[in-house]
Design a protein around this ligand. Structure first.
Ligand SMILES: *[C@@H]1O[C@H](CO)[C@@H](O)[C@H](O)[C@H]1NC(C)=O
Ligand SMILES: *[C@@H]1O[C@H](CO)[C@@H](O)[C@H](O)[C@H]1NC(C)=O
Ligand SMILES: *[C@@H]1O[C@H](CO)[C@@H](O)[C@H](O)[C@H]1NC(C)=O
Ligand SMILES: *[C@@H]1O[C@H](CO)[C@@H](O)[C@H](O)[C@H]1NC(C)=O
Ligand SMILES: *[C@@H]1O[C@H](CO)[C@@H](O)[C@H](O)[C@H]1NC(C)=O
Ligand SMILES: *[C@@H]1O[C@H](CO)[C@@H](O)[C@H](O)[C@H]1NC(C)=O
Ligand SMILES: *[C@@H]1O[C@H](CO)[C@@H](O)[C@H](O)[C@H]1NC(C)=O
Ligand SMILES: *[C@@H]1O[C@H](CO)[C@@H](O)[C@H](O)[C@H]1NC(C)=O
Ligand SMILES: *[C@@H]1O[C@H](CO)[C@@H](O)[C@H](O)[C@H]1NC(C)=O
Length: 523
């Protein structure tokens, strides 16, 4: 069997991170940040006469402009609100554009430890500044077209948020968020809104636990949880079920994108068979589910069976610009305003956008807070490593919490990008097949219903229109994935998308949100 020795960084990426959005080994230790919010904005006035949430109290939080964004921002607020003890969480709030709505959708990035400003700037916000692009552009598929949006840096220790991490579990994190969220609604005089929680990757743990904490409140004035959506979600035992197990079938399926030689492929196949993965995979990736799956953890000391990292480390040989979060990525490494176009830090251009003094000023953030995409320090400080080896002691969501959220709302969407190696679609499906909700184990039948995207391109329409004979070429996309709905849970796979679905497939993601809000019964 072929065995490659692994670098510490690679091991850290996969060992410590469900969905690996952070790039470095998280050293545990207290944060030294203790800043308080200040409000020091001074720039030319914008027309705020039709702002829905503008009061004397919220006025200091208005974001009038953002550096390098050459479009009118519309109504937007940012600031800090208290969580537990002397901590506070940072948020950006943008009300729905057009007809007002009484829905509030919250977005979380994962990590753990990654800032939701990434979602705001590169995934679902009104503007996007994507890797390799010259300047921010209007995101034609922004979720603010559909719902009021709130991006929050949490837990304590993430992004701009203030204080020393103390969370030892998802329950702790949820308690902090609940406190913040109530304060937020009081600040903006919001009551009786429908609440939707969304996020990606490690937020596959945040979303169900915060949802459950909201249900516990019995307070529909503030916590009328009406649905939840998780992208590339860390819902099961990630290391074994969502990574080691489906890794080889994934490579086989996408062989052309990995471009491994025949002997390496043969080594992988041997490993897949001899380490028991094939047997387990064939036994449990079935519809209906064949039974409760025996508990498994990846044993990283058994290097010969660590097939996930064998693939991870080999992939960089043929393709140095390989990205586990989107396996179709090839060179060059793109300049990225957030500094991380792949696993590698790469900043040939100006400094990280949210770390810029002018950006901090525009967002009412004290200058001395350093922003990083993903926190270097651990944001969980449990005594026990927990199922994800991250000192987050809570059980995997598939065990109890996620079923409870599905049963309470009957509107939960779990979706995966087909080109994501961090969270592999079939691994997510196996995790779902080990979950009992609304009286049955797993899905009864295999996802096969196509997702048709009939919306024409809006993002590049002007570019096509400007070119003779190209105006009509950017029409509807056609089949862009598969969907499957049973007993309150919608599963979807998105084609031509990696770990950040709304960045890669804005039209599909737009459709997901329409479904979440209840506008459509099918995707
Ligand atoms: C808001 O502040 C202005 C100026 O300080 C004051 O005139 C006005 O009465 C305040 N409005 C409310 C509702 O408190
Ligand atoms: C919060 O900060 C104040 C002032 O620095 C301090 O006196 C207090 O002990 C702190 N409380 C907690 C729970 O850390
Ligand atoms: C979203 O809103 C923007 C700005 O009003 C608009 O240009 C765009 O077409 C809208 N997108 C969709 C999908 O409706
Ligand atoms: C919420 O309501 C449920 C059922 O109505 C009840 O069992 C529970 O004790 C209530 N919880 C709180 C915190 O009031
Ligand atoms: C809570 O949301 C549901 C829809 O999810 C709605 O039917 C219900 O009226 C809302 N309840 C309150 C008290 O606003
Ligand atoms: C996922 O599993 C199905 C069988 O259920 C298989 O047909 C498909 O090729 C697998 N996809 C990948 C990417 O491994
Ligand atoms: C195939 O790839 C492996 C891993 O990089 C390498 O060790 C081996 O020499 C390659 N074999 C051939 C025949 O090129
Ligand atoms: C499957 O679910 C059972 C019951 O929740 C749990 O004990 C077991 O650890 C799960 N298996 C895996 C591989 O996560
Ligand atoms: C942010 O800015 C500070 C101060 O200029 C600098 O020390 C730090 O390295 C920067 N961090 C990032 C991620 O750019």
């Amino acid at each position: 069997m072929f065995v490659r020795s692994l670098t510490a960084t690679l091991l850290a990426t996969s060992l410590l991170l469900c969905g690996g959005e952070a790039k470095r080994l998280a050293a545990r230790g207290p944060s030294t940040r203790t800043h308080r919010a200040q409000h020091t904005l001074a720039s030319e006035p914008v027309d705020t006469s039709n702002y829905r949430f503008l009061t004397n109290k919220t006025k200091p939080h208005v974001v009038e402009s953002l550096p390098d964004v050459h479009y009118e921002l519309g109504e937007m607020y940012s600031g800090f609100l208290p969580a537990r003890d002397n901590t506070s969480l940072f948020y950006i709030f943008q009300p729905k554009i057009g007809e007002p709505s009484n829905d509030l959708t919250v977005w979380f990035n994962g990590g753990p430890g990654c800032s939701s400003m990434q979602g705001f700037l590169q995934e679902n916000g009104r503007f996007s500044w994507l890797p390799g692009t010259y300047e921010p552009v209007i995101n034609e598929y922004s979720w603010v077209n559909l719902t009021n949006m709130l991006w929050v840096d949490q837990p304590v220790g993430v992004g701009f948020s203030n204080g020393t991490p103390t969370a030892t579990s998802e329950e702790d994190l949820a308690a902090d968020f609940i406190k913040f969220f109530k304060e937020f609604q009081e600040e903006y005089e919001i009551e009786n809104f429908r609440i939707f929680l969304t996020g990606e990757s490690y937020a596959g743990r945040y979303v169900p636990y915060i949802s459950a904490a909201m249900l516990d409140k019995n307070d529909t004035r503030h916590f009328n949880l009406s649905g939840a959506m998780m992208y590339e979600a860390c819902i099961g035992q990630w290391d074994y079920v969502q990574a080691e197990l489906p890794a080889y079938p994934f490579v086989e399926q996408h062989a052309e994108l990995f471009n491994f030689n025949q002997s390496f492929m043969a080594d992988l196949k041997d490993t897949y068979e001899q380490c028991g993965y094939k047997e387990y995979y064939d036994e449990y990736l079935t519809f209906p589910a064949s039974g409760v799956q025996p508990t498994k953890f990846a044993d990283y000391d058994d290097v010969e069976c660590d097939i996930y990292n064998m693939i991870y480390s080999e992939a960089y040989n043929p393709n140095p610009c390989w990205s586990p979060s989107k396996v179709s990525q090839t060179c060059p490494l793109l300049w990225d305003v957030l500094g991380m176009p792949t696993d590698l830090s790469y900043q040939p251009g100006p400094t990280s956008y949210f770390n810029r003094t002018d950006v901090k000023k525009a967002l009412h953030v004290p200058e001395d807070i350093n922003w990083e995409l993903c926190s270097i320090e651990s944001v969980f400080v449990g005594a026990d490593p927990g199922p994800q080896q991250l000192y987050d002691e809570s059980p995997n969501p598939t065990e109890h919490i996620l079923p409870r959220v599905i049963e309470a709302t009957n509107r939960v969407l779990i979706s995966n990008g087909a080109w994501d190696y961090l969270i592999i679609t079939n691994g997510t499906l196996i995790a779902i097949q080990n979950m009992t909700w609304n009286g049955e184990l797993g899905f009864q039948s295999r996802p096969t219903t196509p997702i048709h995207i009939d919306m024409p391109d809006l993002q590049y329409a002007a570019v096509f229109d400007a070119q003779v004979d190209y105006g009509d070429l950017d029409g509807p996309q056609g089949i862009m994935g598969v969907q499957h709905y049973e007993r309150g849970l919608m599963f979807a796979e998105t084609y031509q998308a990696g770990h950040r679905q709304s960045q890669d497939q804005g039209r599909v993601s737009y459709r997901h949100v329409q479904w979440l809000l209840g506008d459509d019964e099918k995707l």
